[in-house]
Design a protein around this ligand. Sequence first.
Ligand SMILES: *Cc1c(COP(=O)(O)O)cnc(C)c1O
Length: 220
Amino acid sequence: MTIAERISEIKNQLPENVTLIAVSKTKPAEMIKEAYFGGQRHFGENKVQEMTDKYAVLPRDIHWHLIGHLQTNKVKYIAPFVSLIHSIDSLKLLAEINKQAKKSNRIINCLLQFHIAQEETKFGLSETEAKELLMDASIPTLQNINIVGVMGMASFTKNKDQIRSEFGHLRRIFDQLKNDHFKHKNDFKEISMGMSGDYLLAIEEGSTMVRVGSSIFGGR
Ligand SMILES: *Cc1c(COP(=O)(O)O)cnc(C)c1O
């Protein structure tokens, strides 16, 4: 199967409100072009350097999603063009994104990343940390960022019940935040969860964005 065929096969399984982000990390620009000419517009990268390199040589109407951990000193490189940053895990990072977005005369959409997996190594906020962040007095002054939802990664396990319960947990975090902090904000609506191995489960639990890499581009 071609890349475009794999993408349309996945898209056929997604409800209309779910965005497919083709995760192209480690794959060459040529493969992204193949997907692009098949109609795919949303691509995910986890490294700033790789994303900026690809941005430079690929069509300008691509929506670039930063899905990996982001260091504050690298925000400036992606601020002029990034479409959505999925990996907000501190107020400091949010403040830097706001600063760099302002310089580019943009408002950058962001997701709060939550730690829902059992593994220690995965980045992300706890619910308590997120509440603290959102209650901070500086938040209303950050006018060049827009928090539009949440992101999370399930544990690396074959146990479907566990994965489902972790996705369910993220969904409940989303509902809670919506109710407590974003009640009247219509664009707080995204739940970024689900990868190649678990995107169908994620959709059942309410995902609005799935991040699929290896099922489209092959193993890494
Ligand atoms: C690599 C990656 C994905 C895609 O993983 P696949 O298993 O290849 O689909 C999704 N989300 C994040 C955060 C990633 O780093």
